[in-house]
Design a protein around this ligand. Structure first.
Ligand code: NAP
Length: 521
């Protein structure tokens, strides 16, 4: 480890002192504790962080796209400069392998640079110009011009399952900073050291770019008190969250009960159904089984897009069931991110094992080490599935259930009862897919991303990506937390009516000085 960790919050350009010890980070694979002791931010420190963010917003919101791009690129470069520190620390805190650290660091920096390019180019603000028509009858038309503006300071709750790409400098932080919003991150206790390393990289970038220190803070806190105070603070204008349904719902309720309610963009639970149509099962059952196994065990199954339910016609289920079960049985067990997540996974498995109408098709052997997740595959029929609400609960980890169906009508009926999902996947031959209008419409109704002849894990970071979905997969099905559209969560539209040119933002001025794409009438 090259950098020394202090274990305290980052409050603008300074470090917090705190008083309450949160404990040391824990190695889930060995049960060892890692230095240093982490200390929660005090409520005074939180207040200071928010007040710095509030005053930074006055300047940062008006920064040019080029300036915000400079910051986002500086953060990416600073993270690249500490990759070896991350490689030394993150696997110890999370049980994730070195390759994942390097891969996720690359994705995180790629995301930051994607937003840098977006704001530097500038057209994302959706500038619209309706020029005045003084001669219009019976009434003259006024000049109206609108564009998106930054919302205000944003609270980001780091995710346990993506210590880099959905945490301190992850998609929520990158999109909020790109929009022009200062960010206060509530660190996840599962990877406190990783959060500190990345937090320092952001703090340095803010200083190097000559921006107000309040553009970024990182607070530690346990027992929910710091996180809840952050969401309730009047200066906070939006929340980004990835985690459990319970946590996301609690923050939604808290935000809605504020004197000034604010939006919470929470990504919560999903079981990501996969449908395998008969032709595909017949034609390439073994190949699909391999893909399914890879997708359900990737990252120890700790992905929000993990395929939890696999619908297959009962006459064609044998190959898929047998092949997937045998791959699952041969899989290695691995340490989960933390003991809480492992306990929840074990209870989920136990409930499935005890279910009278659910059969266990295959289960791996438990390996050495603590907090091991043992991959498992189950099977049931569609009648059991539709009459057992508990089978629609997310089992966060490497477990999936094959649900056999007898008729397309049953399949569509079961699909129609499902709650909102991040993804819905279908495998079929070309001829089969061409006939699946009803299923495709149901998938569209239920999920944010529709996958054809593929697997739901592996979320591409790009302009057209939607990593969101109807409630309860997310709190607001109109949004995405991955891809450039994520920026819109932290904006609001403002319209200028008959505004003098000198007072208009450059994006809306005559002559289009920034050369952005605009809609003009
Ligand atoms: P979590 O328990 O929801 O916690 C996430 C963050 O939210 C933590 O910082 C936590 O603070 C905070 N938080 C939770 N409830 C809160 C409340 N009522 N008030 C204020 N803050 C609150 O999520 P997790 O620790 O990442 O994992 C727990 C379970 O969530 C997993 O077993 C899994 O089932 C699910 N999960 C799902 C996904 C997904 O993408 N679908 C991703 C990750 C986890 P503290 O540190 O103070 O507790």
């Amino acid at each position: 480890m090259i950098m020394t960790l202090q274990g305290t919050s980052i409050i603008g350009a300074a470090r917090g002192k705190g008083t309450e010890a949160l404990g040391k980070s824990h190695n889930p694979a060995t049960n060892e504790y890692l230095e240093p002791e982490y200390i929660a931010a005090t409520h005074e420190e939180l207040e200071h962080a928010v007040s710095l963010a509030d005053s930074a917003f006055k300047e940062y919101r008006h920064c040019s796209g080029a300036k915000k791009a400079e910051l986002l690129r500086a953060i990416a470069s600073n993270i690249e400069a500490i990759v070896e520190d991350l490689v030394a620390r993150m696997p110890l805190e999370t049980g994730l392998p070195e390759m994942r650290v390097r891969g996720e660091a690359g994705r995180t920096c790629g995301q930051l640079r994607m937003f840098a390019n977006l704001v530097e180019e500038g057209s994302w603000v959706d500038a619209r110009i309706d020029r005045a028509q003084p001669e219009r009858q019976p009434l003259p038309k006024v000049d109206t011009r609108s564009m998106l503006r930054a919302l205000g300071p944003v609270a980001v709750f780091a995710a346990s399952n993506f210590p880099l790409a959905f945490s301190t400098a992850g998609g929520d932080t990158a999109s909020a900073l790109a929009a022009g919003c200062p960010v206060i991150v509530k660190a996840h206790s599962s990877h406190s050291g990783t959060a500190e390393l990345v937090g320092l990289a952001i703090q340095k970038a803010v200083a190097d770019c000559g921006l107000p220190e309040g553009v970024f803070s990182l607070v530690y806190g346990g027992g929910r008190s710091i996180g809840q105070s952050l969401v309730k603070h009047p200066a906070i204008k939006a929340v980004g969250f990835t985690g459990s349904y319970g946590g996301g719902r609690a923050l939604m309720d808290l935000a809605a009960a504020r004197p000034e309610p604010i939006p919470v963009y929470a990504e919560m639970s999903a079981i990501n159904p996969v449908v395998i149509l008969p032709g595909a099962a017949k034609e390439r059952g073994a190949q699909i089984a391999q893909g399914l196994h890879g997708s359900m065990t990737l990252g120890v199954g700790q992905f929000c897009t993990n395929p939890g339910l696999i619908f297959v016609h009962e006459d064609y289920a044998e190959v898929i069931a047998k092949e997937t079960a045998s791959l699952v049985a041969e899989s290695a067990s691995s340490a989960m991110l933390n003991s809480g997540i492992c306990d929840a996974y074990c209870s989920g498995l136990e409930a499935l094992e005890k279910h009278d109408a659910v059969t266990q098709l295959g289960k791996a052997s438990a390996g050495e080490g603590s907090n091991q997740a043992v991959p498992a595959l189950f099977q049931t029929d569609i009648q059991t599935f539709t009459s057992s609400e508990e089978l629609t609960n997310e089992v966060f980890g490497p477990a999936s259930i094959i649900v056999t169906y007898q008729s397309e009508e049953d399949l569509l009926g079961a699909f129609a009862t499902m709650e909102g999902q991040l993804t819905a996947t279908v495998h079929g031959t070309e001829e089969e897919l061409a006939e699946q209008v009803a299923l495709t419409r149901l998938m569209e109704d239920r999920a944010g991303r529709l996958v054809f002849n593929g697997f739901p894990t592996g979320v591409e970071v790009c302009a057209s990506m939607v990593h969101g979905g109807p409630f309860p997969s997310t709190s607001d099905g109109r949004s995405t937390s991955v891809g450039t559209m994520a920026i819109y969560r932290f904006t609001r539209a403002v319209c200028w009516q008959d505004c003098p040119q000198s007072l208009l933002p450059a994006e809306l001025q005559d002559g289009n000085p920034l050369g952005i794409q605009r809609s003009e009438v």
